[in-house]
Design a binder for this molecule. Structure first.
Ligand code: ZN
Ligand code: ZN
Length: 255
């Protein structure tokens, strides 16, 4: 078992000490990769960035086959040049590409949703996602495709429950498959079987369109969330005929 999405204190929004994270991985008998936040074009400049020199200097001694060093790129259009340079210049094991900011607003904030329908906000979110998948040339997996559902204020925030969004999601999945990236299953929103069932159609559609591989990550920002629902997620992936993978030294490995 391998947790492909963990934030230690290198990330602006985490206080998890790397040594504690590693202890937790050992206790749970799993491997994991630190995927620290690096958000390009974040509205409040200087936030969600880190110094990669310091990261590799301080974490090099922690590195092993069970503890890898990665990054979660926050993507907004126009930053492929900078992102590719960063990824090329440092020896990351794994690179997640994620959408956190749409129309220059962190979609964590309620103002993004004010006086707008789910179709409008989710449509803009998936359009940005598709554009960034096609623009950004150097990442391995798309992070949390259902990220918006964590924060959207609608009665039903699930991304698949609005049929008019299906063509948007299809375009995102097709862009991923065409550019040979993989889809992440982020377990942060998973509490029960019902939660897995609500995201099932996305992963089933990915398989139907020709997608094959999935990384599984907890998006842990604290020790207790490391490895969260990994086993359940892996059974779920199996049941859809998809394969669970991880990345080491930017190479995909089947688990
Ligand atoms: Zn993220
Ligand atoms: Zn994350």
């Amino acid at each position: 078992m391998f947790d492909s999405h963990i934030h230690s204190s290198i990330s602006s929004d985490s206080t998890l000490a790397a040594a504690d994270a590693i202890r937790e991985m050992k206790d749970k008998k799993i491997g994991g990769v630190f995927t620290e936040h690096y958000d390009f074009g974040y509205p409040e400049s200087g936030t969600f960035l880190f110094d990669p020199e310091v990261y590799f200097l301080n974490y090099d001694s922690l590195r092993s086959s069970q503890c890898l060093l990665g990054i979660e790129l926050g993507m907004v259009p126009g930053y492929d040049g900078e992102a590719s340079k960063l990824v090329h210049n440092f020896p990351f094991d794994y690179v997640i590409g994620s959408i956190h900011v749409v129309e220059n607003i962190d979609i964590y904030y309620p103002e993004f949703y004010a006086d707008r329908t789910k179709l409008e906000t989710y449509g803009a979110y998936f359009d940005a996602m598709e554009a960034c998948i096609l623009e950004f040339s150097d990442f391995d997996a798309l992070g949390h495709i259902d990220y918006i559902a964590r924060y959207a204020p609608y009665a039903d925030p699930e991304v698949w429950s609005e049929p008019e969004l299906h063509p948007y999601i299809d375009r995102v999945l097709r862009a991923l498959i065409k550019t040979e990236r993989v889809l992440e299953l982020n377990t942060r929103r998973i509490e029960s079987e019902a939660d897995l069932n609500s995201i099932r159609p996305i992963y089933a559609r990915y398989a139907e369109l020709g997608g094959r591989s999935v990384t599984i990550g907890s998006d842990a920002h604290s020790r207790d969330r490391i490895g969260w629902k990994l086993k359940e997620a892996s059974t779920f992936i199996d049941s859809l005929g998809l394969e669970m993978v991880m990345f080491h030294n930017r190479k995909m490995i089947r688990l």
